[in-house]
Design a protein around this ligand. Structure first.
Ligand code: SF4
Length: 458
């Protein structure tokens, strides 16, 4: 590279800083790896930083300093539970650097994009949904001083006449299917022991607490399995001879048995002897499938059991019975390690329902199965949220799986959560009529393990 080129590159590099904001150390973020792919493909130089990767304490001073070390354009992605921290940090950033252009994206901002643009003038753009195509388009325009933003799918922004919310383009939602996650461009990725990958997106089930049936319909879209193999090869190249594992994040991996077999065949044919884990689904499993998974490197299955109460399973439209669930979860343990995940504090859950869940948990633990119990997190766009959002309230009695108790959250973030319940709904809890009785039992029940990737043995 000539000196002139390198000077130019340095100047442009300083223009875009891409930040993924998380509250756990050392995990590759799949979203960041796909955005890095999109920017790299569009030849837009950028610097990627991951907050949380180095175990920073999450306080506003640290967040501000992390954000302030950025280029002229700062694009931040986060999940719902990190949104108050990100917004509070960006407000302080923009006060100190009014000329910086602030872009938000990711799962958290997507659901409340228009509200964010309406309430927080220091946020310039929100990208809804997959950013692989829209982010390079937007940054390209900003660098060239253009403003034909109406052509960018999923972009929400202000113009003189109000808030503009562009429809998402079908092609850009599907761009991720053919992309290859650029893990090599994610800082710290070589230190990761586990990588998230996916072979398909979408779900054909209709659980009422989940947004999948409302947002994605019942369609499942499939990636070319070769793309997943390309990603594994890239990780192998990056990690050298250090061992690693991967987790398939597909909600519906085991739903299409032919694809499971094709994926296992591809692993064998490419001699990819790597431990992996995935979601199971109790009404799709049998001994044949379990054996195939185990013989092809699958070491752990995670089952969304959701409740030990027949009544609750029916109400959430889970589509299987408690008896079937228990049978399959225990059977699976013959072949692989198993995690059974349960949820409590549904808005209609009674103390009796909760005790039934606890008795399933105790039984499964006696069978050597790892169990998780999560208080139900409100999910915007879910049918359950639409029906029960009036019962949501802020409480410091419920320990969330995702974020600290509300009274431990920095005061600026707490103020945001209280003032904008529609944006920061994720910090709120449903209030079943037996709330007090259930929460009296919770402290003991919650000693049951939460998911902790660092405990997974390779
Ligand atoms: S909870 Fe899982 S199975 Fe149910 S609709 Fe959502 S993704 Fe599908």
């Amino acid at each position: 590279m000539s000196t002139a080129q390198s000077v130019k590159r340095k100047r442009i590099d300083n223009n875009l800083t891409l930040i993924h904001f998380q509250n756990y150390p050392l995990s590759t973020n799949l979203g960041a790896a796909y955005l890095a792919y999109g920017l790299d493909k569009a030849r837009i130089p950028f610097r990627l930083k991951i907050f949380g990767q180095y175990g920073f304490r999450i306080n506003l001073g640290n967040i501000y300093r992390f954000f302030a070390d950025s280029g002229k354009i700062i694009a931040v992605g986060c999940m719902s539970h990190m949104l108050p921290y990100v917004i509070a940090g960006l407000e302080r950033l923009k006060r100190a650097f009014p000329d910086k252009i602030v872009i938000l994206g990711g799962i958290g901002p997507t659901e409340v994009a228009e509200d964010i643009i309406r309430e927080f003038p220091f946020i310039d753009f929100v990208i809804k949904g997959c950013g692989i195509e829209p982010l390079p388009q937007l940054v390209g325009m900003l660098l060239k001083g253009e403003n034909t933003f109406h052509s960018i799918g999923g972009l929400v922004y202000r113009n003189g006449s109000g808030i503009i919310s562009n429809n998402r383009h079908k092609t850009s939602s599907r761009a991720i299917l053919n992309a290859v996650a650029a893990f090599h461009l994610v800082p710290g990725a070589t230190q990761c022991r586990y990588f998230d990958l996916f072979t398909s997106a979408g779900c054909c089930y209709q659980c009422t607490f989940c947004q999948s049936p409302v947002v994605g319909g019942r369609d499942i879209v499939f990636r070319d399995i070769d793309r997943v193999i390309d990603e594994l090869r890239l990780i192998i190249k990056m990690k050298g001879n250090k061992r690693f594992g991967f987790f398939l994040t597909d909600e519906s991996f085991v739903v299409n048995r032919k694809r499971v077999y094709a994926f296992c065949r591809a692993l064998r044919q490419n001699r990819l002897n790597i431990p992996w884990s995935c979601y199971g689904r109790v009404d799709r499993m049998d001994e044949g499938l379990l054996r195939t998974l185990a013989e092809n490197g699958c070491q752990e299955l995670l089952y969304g059991c959701e409740s030990g109460s027949e009544r609750v399973l029916k109400k959430i439209k889970k589509g299987f019975s408690v008896a079937d669930m228990m049978k399959v979860v225990v059977l699976s343990k013959k072949y692989v390690k198993v995690i059974a995940s349960f949820i409590c504090l549904y808005p209609f859950e009674t103390k009796e329902d909760f005790l039934e869940t606890l008795s399933c948990i105790v039984y499964l633990e006696t069978k050597g199965i790892r169990v998780q119990l999560h208080p139900l997190a409100p999910i915007k766009n879910s049918l359950l949220f639409q029906e029960y959002k009036k019962s949501l309230f802020l409480t410091s009695k419920v320990k969330s799986t995702f974020h600290p108790l509300i009274n431990r959250v920095p005061v600026q973030c707490r103020r945001l959560v209280k003032r904008y319940p529609d944006i920061f709904y994720f910090y709120y809890s449903y209030r079943p009529k037996d709330f007090e009785a259930i929460t009296r039992l919770l402290p003991e029940a919650l000693k049951i393990n939460y998911y902790d990737a660092s405990r997974v043995e390779l």
